[in-house]
Design a protein around this ligand. Structure first.
Ligand code: F6P
Length: 327
């Protein structure tokens, strides 16, 4: 096993609060261990183009508290082709990079696994996405911060909803994942949830709103995950209003504001632990894995298992709790 001399670090896919804290931890842990670091800009796109920069300890000063990613991010179609990956490898090799740390979501991990297999280069992945939809970690970077942003918004919407006796449909992010919606439903006290994993029919939603009205609820919040099969909050609101018009109805799409902002303390600590662990795993000889938190422990899971292992499931107990709290 050759000693690692230079690590390349990059962020890819949707940005998430905590990515900068993870970059900082990777850079400083590597430097502490005598390993040089190259920052790869714009994810796989920048890897293909050789958009690289030497990272020293001061390169990551004062980024711990910042949202977004100083390395920028992109979604890159060319990297999905063997030619694109070959170009990326040529750049990586020419820059003397002999191991990688990838920070992102499942698209990032899929690219990293392919790249590591094709060119026999060690890669550690750090789960960074507000969606919390990666197997191998109880929490992904940015999920906690995004939830705090969502709760802040829902609390404010509740004030005005209650004042006007209104029914609000609040759309939160999550193309394939209802994690933010479910968490916000419990933390924000929503009356109903529409989740991509559940396929709830509009009639079923109307029945539950009708029952809530009979229980003397004067205003209501329905949280709709972006990926709900009924087509988002505007569609759900329109269809509900056709049959259930007891309340004035409003829609609020929270959108990309959920992705920004200063990371919470939880995300900063998690990112720092994950970045530290990722570099140490590379030093220990781990050649392809994702870092995660299970309980309070930072652990590694093979990319094979993380990407094709057990199916990710919604927390059914939390869903039940959300229902019970709504009586
Ligand atoms: O994966 C994170 C995420 O924020 C999803 O919840 C959302 O569907 C998607 O990214 C939006 O991506 P983009 O910013 O590229 O439109």
């Amino acid at each position: 096993m050759n000693k690692i001399e230079r690590i390349g670090v990059y962020t890819s896919g949707g940005d998430a609060p905590g990515m900068n804290a993870a970059i900082r931890a990777v850079v400083r842990t590597a430097l502490y261990n005598g390993i040089k670091v190259t920052g790869i800009y714009r994810g796989y796109e920048g890897m293909i183009e050789g958009d690289f920069k030497e990272m020293v300890s001061r390169s990551v000063s004062s980024i711990l508290q910042k949202g977004g990613t100083i390395l920028k991010s992109a979604r890159c179609a060319e990297f999905r082709t063997p030619e694109g990956r070959q170009k990326a490898y040529d750049q990586v090799k020419a820059a003397g990079i002999d191991a990688l740390v990838a920070i992102g979501g499942d698209g990032t991990f899929t690219g990293a696994e392919l790249f590591s297999k094709e060119f026999d280069i060690p890669v550690m992945c750090i789960p960074g996405t507000i969606d919390n939809d990666l197997y191998g970690s109880d929490y992904t970077l940015g999920f906690d911060t995004a939830n705090n942003t969502v709760i802040d918004a829902i609390d404010k919407i509740k004030d005005t909803a209650a004042s006007h006796n209104r029914l609000f449909f609040v759309e939160v992010m999550g193309r394939d994942s209802g994690c933010i919606a479910l968490n916000a439903g419990v933390a924000g006290g929503a009356e109903a949830l529409m989740l991509p994993e559940k396929d709830t029919a509009i009639e079923e939603l109307i029945d539950s709103l009708e029952e809530a009205r009979e229980r003397n609820k004067t205003s209501m919040i329905v949280i709709v995950a972006e990926g709900d099969k009924n087509g988002g909050a505007y569609n759900v609101a329109k269809r509900v209003k056709e049959k259930f018009d007891f309340y004035d109805t409003k829609v609020s799409i929270l959108g990309h504001l959920q992705r920004g902002g200063s990371p919470s303390s939880f995300d900063r600590v998690l990112a720092t632990r994950m970045g530290y662990f990722a570099v140490n795993e590379l030093i220990r000889g781990n050649r392809s894995a994702t870092v995660g938190i299970r309980g309070s422990q930072i652990v590694s899971t093979s990319l094979e298992e993380a990407l094709r292992g057990k199916e990710l499931k919604l927390d059914e107990e939390l869903l039940k709790i959300a229902q019970v709290m709504n009586i």
